[in-house]
Design a protein around this ligand. Structure first.
Ligand code: AMP
Length: 533
């Protein structure tokens, strides 16, 4: 039988090493059709097709040459006995692992199976389930952890999921940032388990959508979360990584006032001169969060993460609503590009913050702010703090009592009605400006300017339905100073689910890889989706 054109590279590789007799077994028994598939081939697999260890070494060498470029060593793969994955120099579609330094004494991250006991279920994701757990250190100390276990079929873990799981481990173990979820280690048991820092308060999405009587989160706290997120994302970007799945469901609450970026399953290294990662095949992506270039060409970059940051901001201020709810995936791109539509300003999102979201949604990636810039922009958009000077009981007005701390969401000296949040009740609404005086707390934010008055450039085109934008005619408030208040959150509950997009008419979940492919706008116009890997 003639070799398929797509696997000629394999035949050539094997011929170069006088191993051509293994072409069929490697192709058909080990299902290797692309070089990166060797990442998941263990020596025992090659033993199984009758290839001796010296021949295996020759093959590994040849594969290394074939893949040319920098060759990172990756302890995760090394200890699991596979070939070390490598990164290509080009920007061609690749699912390979990033070049990351090995941790000091890498194997310290291996945790004995008996040292971790699993407790209650916290949630479930792409690869399996996440449990709360207790990790007993060699000195007897126990620490609470989260344990993500890889789902396994009857014959062990499924190839892609195993690869993604290990990729997530290998990426996380090299990250250390106060707002990035920390990996403690890996349990090489059955199932494979990732032992992570526990975020006891669950996902931000679950908190945002928690039903009454849980009150909404303080606006200032949301701003703080955004700043933490921008910092964490700047850190990831500086390490040449793109997250690709930024959303409130993937922000975990480690404490009432600390979020951590989690779920590194879709993280990829940025490559080439353009600092992009281009998807090589049909894999599910969170459509409604994605930038147009990701939907069109499967292209991801720090700038597409910034787009997702804008959508995450929108989620935060709309109480965890689903972006583009009710719009079929194939129409989202159309609305973004042809109609220049953007998610509307949520009623309690200030103009200043919404203008940041709009900048994140600039059509051209180069026009979007960087995460480092975003940290500064957020500082500028920080809401002012005020204090109530008289009881407000007028109907339709935000109720407040003298002395209540008030966060001013929108207001200006020449307007008689302001919009804000009562820091005692967490309720939001309009109130008479005369009822609140600005507080000067003299904090680090003292010099920040405050809310912009005139409608934002481009805001009229964004499809906002917020009518009070026209009414308010707000101007800048005098520069006021404020510090963040420590407002206790209510108990968190519930959990967010990963929301993937699917081709129209295809319900989420169990479809074949092909059916789960990104359904791009170009595809809806008759062009094919991304070719399979
Ligand atoms: P994932 O597989 O990462 O999408 O996780 C699935 C769900 O498990 C998340 O939505 C969280 O609710 C929960 N979860 C994951 N990791 C943690 C953690 N470190 N601490 C607490 N809950 C977590």
């Amino acid at each position: 039988m003639l070799p398929e054109a797509s696997s000629l590279w394999l035949l050539q590789l094997l011929r170069d090493t006088q191993l051509a007799q293994f072409y069929r077994p490697i192709l058909e028994e080990l299902n290797v059709t692309r070089p990166e598939h060797f990442d998941f081939v263990r020596p025992e697999d090659l033993d199984g097709i009758g290839m001796g260890r010296p021949a295996q070494r020759r093959l590994a060498e040849s594969l290394k040459r074939y893949r040319s470029g920098i060759k990172p060593k990756n302890w995760v793969y090394k200890i699991l006995g596979g070939f070390a994955p490598e990164q290509r120099k080009t920007t061609t579609p690749s699912e390979s692992l990033p070049v990351l330094p090995e941790p000091d004494g890498g194997l310290k991250c291996l945790i004995p199976e008996g040292a971790v006991c699993r407790g209650k279920l916290l949630g479930s994701g792409c690869f399996g389930v996440v449990h709360q757990g207790l990790w007993t250190l060699p000195n007897g100390q126990t620490i609470p952890v989260a344990v993500k276990s890889l789902r396994a079929g009857p014959e062990g873990p499924v190839g892609t999921e195993l690869g993604d799981f290990l990729r997530e481990v290998s990426i996380m173990m090299n990250l250390e940032h106060p707002h990035v979820l920390q990996l403690h280690g890996l349990v090489l048991g059955q199932p494979l388990q990732m032992v992570m820092e526990l975020a006891p308060l669950g996902s931000l999405h679950a908190r945002l959508t928690a039903p009454a009587p849980t009150p909404p989160l303080p606006v200032v706290l949301l701003c703080l979360f955004l700043r933490q997120l921008a910092g964490a994302m700047a850190y990831l970007g500086a390490r040449g990584l793109v997250h690709r799945d930024l959303a409130t469901r993937n922000l975990l609450l480690a404490s009432p006032q600390t979020i951590k970026v989690a779920d590194f399953g879709l993280v990829r290294p940025l490559g080439g001169a353009h600092g992009r990662y281009v998807m090589g095949g049909p894999r599910p992506i969170p459509y409604a969060w994605c930038a147009p270039e990701s939907l069109h060409q499967g292209a991801f970059s720090s700038a597409s993460d910034v787009w997702m940051f804008g959508v995450t901001l929108w989620e935060m201020f709309s109480g965890g609503e689903e972006p583009w709810a009710g719009v079929p995936p194939y129409l989202i791109l159309h609305r973004l590009e042809k109609e220049r539509a953007r998610l509307p300003r949520p009623p309690f999102c200030s103009r200043a913050l919404y203008s940041i979201a709009l900048r994140c949604w600039a059509p051209h990636p180069a026009d979007r702010p960087s995460f480092a810039n975003l940290e500064g922009l957020l500082q500028e958009a920080w809401p002012c703090e005020g204090r109530c000077v008289r009881d407000v009981t007028e109907s339709g007005a935000l109720r407040m009592e003298s002395g209540d701390p008030i966060t001013i969401i929108e207001g200006s000296p020449d307007s008689t009605t302001w919009k804000g949040q009562n820091g005692r009740t967490f309720k939001m609404g309009n109130f008479p400006a005369s009822a609140v005086t600005l507080v000067d707390l003299g904090g680090p934010l003292a010099t920040r300017p405050v809310h912009r008055g005139s409608p934002l450039r481009g805001e009229r085109h964004q499809g906002s339905t917020d009518r009070d934008r026209e009414k308010a005619n707000l101007r800048n408030l005098p520069a006021a100073r404020g510090q963040r208040r420590n407002v206790p959150l209510q108990k968190m509950k519930g959990r967010a689910e990963r929301a993937w997009s699917h081709p129209p008419g295809v319900p989420g979940g169990s479809e074949s890889l092909w059916r789960r492919c990104v359904y791009s706008h170009s595809e809806s116009q008759g062009r094919p989706p991304f070719p399979p890997e």
